[in-house]
Design a protein around this ligand. Structure first.
Ligand SMILES: CCCC(=O)SCCNC(=O)CCNC(=O)[C@H](O)C(C)(C)COP(=O)(O)OP(=O)(O)OC[C@H]1O[C@@H](n2cnc3c(N)ncnc32)[C@H](O)[C@@H]1OP(=O)(O)O
Length: 304
């Protein structure tokens, strides 16, 4: 399932891969997309599980929240949750025009403990099962990373294994003072399988990435900040929700088209060669120049 194109190596996930994972979970574990009121109504018919925004996020305009919940397993992802995360990303790809940002957060004080080991043991322990999970998660997290939205992981408590990989698929990581990140894969006898190794190298560089992966080091918030794995760290005085608010407010107060254009330009600069980037930059500029936000800004600027 690996395709070696002339430019990139891509992992192909088939719809039946996602459907294979969907029954593998319980009734209380889920991944849910929380949207502002109008979008929640218009996205009600999509596959994804949709809810209203939690109160801490409702004051942030143009922001969605992805909630990860699996209470008995520190929010580890069951197969069902992996399928639901894919659904959520599909909804954001097709219904997210009015959004600027998406926040990924685990429920009840933990981010995510990786793959749900109970499910993995019972249903995905074969090489084929692992490959299937890897295809689905790599594809979903690549699509999450490529959304034209600013994505932010709020990391509280444990982010282990695949959970640590999940944090790297977001543009920014805001860590609670009690956050614990650990790429425990080597302890599980595996390497990252959700695309997280490549993203980690991009974030922290070859040296730190190899060290974190090979030594399975526990990364404290202070260390994460020092090596570029964290963008902000909350304190006991300023909690993680207030930290997220402070970080996101200057982004979400701008016009969503502008933020989406910026993300596309920077995303492409990061991922593709320069001449393609120039084409994208030109195309985005043409789309934005003369648009409502640009005209509003021009109107505000008085001619001397
Ligand atoms: C390519 C991706 C590959 C992977 O992600 S493989 C999975 C890698 N993840 C791990 O190895 C994490 C293992 N868990 C831990 O280290 C710790 O549980 C963790 C997350 C730091 C939390 O520690 P504590 O707060 O002390 O809680 P605890 O250990 O008592 O756990 C509470 C309950 O949660 C369960 N749990 C934690 N991680 C899980 C997982 N990944 N899958 C399934 N169940 C998991 C744990 O078994 C315990 O259950 P119970 O209450 O004893 O029934």
């Amino acid at each position: 399932m690996l395709r070696r194109g002339c430019r990139r190596l891509s992992v192909l996930c088939r719809p039946q891969d996602i459907e294979h994972l969907r029954p593998l979970g319980g009734s209380d574990d889920y991944v849910k997309l929380h949207l502002p009121g109008n979008l929640a109504t218009s996205s009600a018919h999509t596959h994804a599980c949709i809810g209203a925004l939690p109160s801490w996020a409702s004051a942030l305009p143009h922001t969605a929240v992805i909630e990860i919940r699996n209470a008995p397993a520190r929010n580890a992802l069951s197969g069902k949750m992996m399928a639901e995360l894919a659904d959520v990303v599909t909804t954001l790809e097709s219904h997210g025009n009015a959004l600027s940002a998406v926040v990924l957060r685990g429920a009840d004080g933990h981010f995510c403990a990786g793959a749900d080991i109970r499910v993995a043991k019972a249903h995905l322990s074969s090489p084929e099962g692992g490959a299937l999970m890897s295809r689905v998660m790599t594809s979903t997290l690549t699509r999450l990373r490529q959304l034209p939205l600013i994505s932010v992981a709020i990391v509280e408590g444990a982010a282990m294994g695949g959970g640590a990989e999940l944090t790297t698929s977001c543009d920014f990581r805001l860590l609670a003072h009690n956050a614990r990140l650990q790429f425990v894969h080597a302890n599980m006898g595996v390497s990252p399988g959700w695309g997280g190794a490549a993203r980690l190298v991009k974030l922290v560089g070859r040296q730190h990435a190899l060290r974190l992966l090979a030594r399975t080091e526990k990364v404290s918030p202070v260390h994460a900040l020092a090596i570029g794995l964290a963008d902000e760290v909350s304190t006991p005085e300023v909690d993680v929700e207030a930290t997220a608010h402070r970080f996101l407010e200057p982004i979400c107060s701008k016009h969503p088209h502008v933020i989406r254009g910026l993300k596309r330009v920077v995303g492409h600069a990061d991922d593709i060669v320069l001449d393609q980037m120039r084409g994208e930059e030109y195309a985005v500029f043409q789309e934005l120049w003369g648009g409502p936000a640009n005209l509003e800004a021009l109107a505000r600027h008085r001619t001397k």
